[in-house]
Design a protein around this ligand. Structure first.
Ligand code: XLS
Ligand code: NI
Ligand code: NI
Length: 437
């Protein structure tokens, strides 16, 4: 513990909706019970190390702006270790119970794999000690298989076997470190696992290789006794033109095709849903219906900018939709709400990290309460149940039970004549939701 990275910032307290202190929670009271469970347990907030500690806030038109006085800008192990103290001071003052990292966020890439692994171990020593001291836990770890130039054409789907091997070796180490740090999960996000053009791509072979990498990781997970969850994180494109894990449905199909269902669930990110042309609610529903909603990268995109802007979520409508899906799946278990989000380039001071995370946590606190109220109220669920009630008996029940033939349906229709339908009442339902917001 050093406690010198954010000298002017006290522990962020819950002060309630009437507070005018920007460095306080207005809605997130970690101990408040919602439906018998504390907000802290419902949301399981995580800080993304790569954004909070490593993102210089550059954009496609300009370099980094972030002021991070505790960071000397060097690639040394010592600097990486110093960063850990700043990270834990930040997370403790914020009251975030979890964090997530890539191997290369926390420790430098060195001259070769063995040196990089040794650097990772040296930083993990400090991470482990700080976790123990603060009680902050690792939500998930991962390996960065997309930044280094060797991964310019992917890792698991690289056309080069030696690159595949390097990526696998990195996953092996990242898994072991995640296990050592008591991580509750491990995420696979295929940063460059896709293609830039199909003209030079053997898609079938690349997908076979991606599945092979996952199978090897599952094998290794069992070998080392890692009990955490495995997640796969969909994203449709960027930097590639097409990524194989393009959306929730594509990921589920991939897992089924290679017999991996049950081994991995999904880590869904709001901004990736947007890039896929879906709402986050859609992605969550697809995953939840498949029993595969694992964890969430809580961020949002900009409607006016077409890339992964990774902004902090502040839209109450969005957080409500997310929390409705979370509550309906019975709550998060191993997963959490990981703020895979960065400050805007113009928000370059250390204190902006606090404003950003406080806003996200407050927005989710409100989303949780609203979602809980909507579900408790019951009118929405009743409407949806009623809407499908013709399948509860008679011909509908027979259809669902698989008891009918085409002849039966023909005879039914001849006897029944023209069917009647009822209004879907979209506007009424939207008004009902707004009663709670
Ligand atoms: C990038 C991804 C990445 C993953 C972790 O767009 O969201 O941050 O969450 O590798
Ligand atoms: Ni993400
Ligand atoms: Ni992203």
């Amino acid at each position: 513990m050093r406690n010198d990275a954010f000298p002017d910032i006290p522990k962020i307290a819950f002060e309630g909706a009437s507070s005018r202190n920007p460095l306080s929670f207005k809605h997130y009271d970690e101990n408040e019970l919602v439906g018998g469970k504390s907000m802290k347990e419902h949301m399981r907030f995580g800080v993304a190390y790569w954004h909070a500690m490593r993102n210089g806030l550059s954009d496609p038109f300009g370099g980094p702006t972030a002021q991070r006085p505790w960071d000397d800008g060097s690639n040394s192990v010592e600097n990486a270790q110093n960063r850990v103290y700043a990270a834990f001071e930040f997370m403790e003052k914020l009251g975030a119970p979890y964090y997530c990292f890539h191997d290369r966020d926390v420790a430098p890439e060195c001259n070769n794999l063995e040196e990089s692994n040794a650097a990772l171990d040296a930083v993990a020593d400090v991470l482990e000690a700080e976790q123990k001291r603060s009680g902050i836990k690792l939500l998930w770890g991962t390996a960065c298989l997309f930044s280094h130039e060797r991964y310019n054409q992917g890792a698991g789907t690289s056309p080069f076997a030696d690159v595949f091997a390097y990526g696998a070796a990195q996953v092996k180490k990242a898994l072991e470190v995640t296990h050592r740090l008591g991580g509750e999960g491990y995420t696979f996000w295929g940063g460059r696992e896709g293609y830039s053009t199909l003209w030079n791509t053997d898609m079938k072979r690349e997908l076979d290789h991606l599945a092979a990498l996952l199978k090897l990781a599952i094998e290794h997970k069992k070998k080392i006794g890692f009990k955490g969850a495995f997640y796969i994180e969909p994203k449709p494109r960027e930097p590639s033109t097409h990524q194989y894990d393009s959306d929730a449905a594509a990921c589920l199909n991939f897992l089924r095709e290679y017999g991996l269902e049950g081994e991995l669930t999904l880590n869904l990110e709001t901004n990736h849903a947007t890039l896929a042309g879906h709402t986050m609610m859609h992605e969550m529903r697809v995953a939840r219906d498949a029993g595969a909603l694992g964890s969430i990268d809580a961020n949002t995109g900009d409607e006016l900018i077409g890339w992964d802007t990774d902004q902090f979520p502040t839209d109450i409508y969005l957080t409500t939709q997310i929390m409705v899906e979370v509550l309906k799946m019975g709550g998060l278990t191993t997963g959490g709400l990981n703020f895979d989000a960065k400050c805007r380039r113009e928000s370059f001071e250390p204190v902006d990290l606090f404003h950003a995370h406080i806003g996200g946590m407050d927005a989710f606190a409100r989303g949780l309460k609203i979602a809980h109220a909507i579900i408790e109220d019951g009118r929405l669920d009743k409407f949806v149940d009623d809407r499908y009630s013709s399948f509860n008996s008679g011909i509908g029940a027979d259809i669902e039970a698989g008891k009918v033939t085409m002849e039966d349906l023909h005879d039914h229709t001849v006897k029944n004549g023209e069917p009647t339908t009822k209004s879907g009442r979209q506007e009424m339902i939207e008004n009902l939701i707004n009663e709670f917001i």
